[in-house]
Design a protein around this ligand. Sequence first.
Ligand SMILES: Cc1cc2nc3c(=O)[nH]c(=O)nc-3n(C[C@H](O)[C@H](O)[C@H](O)COP(=O)(O)O)c2cc1C
Ligand SMILES: [Mn+2]
Length: 465
Amino acid sequence: MPYRDLREFLKKLEKEGEVLKIEPEVDLKYEVGAVCRLALDRGGEERNKALYFSRIKGNSYPIVVNLLATRKRYCLALECSADEVHREWIRRTQKPLAPELVKDGPCKEVVRVGKDVNLFQLPIPWWNSLDGGYYITFPCYISKDPETGIRNAGMYRTMIHDEKTLGILAAPYRHVRHHFEKAHAQGKPFPVAIAIGLDPSLYIATVAPFPFGEDEVAMAGALRGAPVQMVPCETIPLEVPACAEVVIEGEIPPDVMREEGPFGEFTGYYGDRAPRPVIQVKAITHRKDLIYQASYEGLPHHETCVVSGISNEAELLRQIPLPGIQKVHFTSAGGGYLHAVVSVKKAYDGYGKMVGLAALGTTAGRTVKIVTVVDDDIDPNDLAQVNWAVTMRTRVDRGLEIIKDLSANVLDPTMTLHEKRLGSRTDKLIIDATKPLLEPLAPECLPHAEIMEQVTRNRHKYGIE
Ligand SMILES: Cc1cc2nc3c(=O)[nH]c(=O)nc-3n(C[C@H](O)[C@H](O)[C@H](O)COP(=O)(O)O)c2cc1C
Ligand SMILES: [Mn+2]
């Protein structure tokens, strides 16, 4: 049974012992971020908890963060096991399920329009010390293509400029940007809705790198196995998920820019400050007792490593056109975006590099900087094995390929400011760590197989558990 909303998912996580309630009063400025940092550092990739801040200084609403910051919780969201999550993704996304339009929903319990709009009524934290302001970190932006009317849902960092104005960073390859550039070319303001606090499948689809023209809300329906219910907005011609805790309605005007950033990013570095588009907020609707949902971004490990990592893996597997691909892993150190490890049953020499090229050619590959290709005896999820293969199997003269001047992840911290402003291009690296077939390496060494098996069976005799 799919989760109806954020609350049902929270209940499930509480039952599983996955939520830590933070009872002391916390300050939105710096303290929420510091507690998140501590919890992620102490819990690491696998044992960090979702956090529920119940008392916020100067605000009556609670905050939940990091709900999808472990693979276990992500799989609870999709109701499948970690082993089958990629296969399930590919199976379920074959049939997008169009949303269902309904008249009313809990996201309309409170409606504030025009002069009653005040973004500071929401409990939005200031996360890292050098951030340019308070940031919405888990927004689901909904918009429609001005030419085709096809819907998009995506996630883009969002700064509070003032009570009624937001700033957005959307990389040149992001779909909302394709949309608003079309509207602005005609001199028109562009309507967007931002939904916050959602059933997890909606968030998972929002973050995923589906190809342009794919409606992520219909993909969320496919992933959860039931259509998403949508209600019309109050002030703009869009629909939003009825289940949302909060909805912000607004417009991106043409020719208005304001300084946005810096922001402590998923890479562990600050993203820069520069003039960027704004959203003029026309309405805020929310539940009476809203729960505000957010994500801490910064040094890995954090939620993006998982929520972007798994969808990047699944879409890479879904889109790559080559046979023999076994497993894909987007590492946490790469923030779920910059480093992909692909294992392959190699068909012939040179195939490793082909796999690397094909991986970079998928929509998930666009934001990858390093692709490591390993043989099928290496588990991409086991980074010690991957490191061994890279060190022992890679011929540096043949196995490394640098591809110059590709469209980069705009947040790659190694680009100079000048390079970022020039249009964000960077070099990418394929590491082919697969063994050669025609001139094989010496055999790998292990003790005698039969004796090894015997010793393993009788391990207690040797005091080894
Ligand atoms: C927490 C979080 C924050 C993100 N912030 C940004 C951002 O500020 N700018 C951006 O271009 N992409 C950002 N992304 C990445 C993409 O927006 C996102 O994964 C999604 O696929 C984009 O949807 P689209 O392909 O429909 O544009 C963020 C992803 C996550 C998980
Ligand atoms: Mn999209």
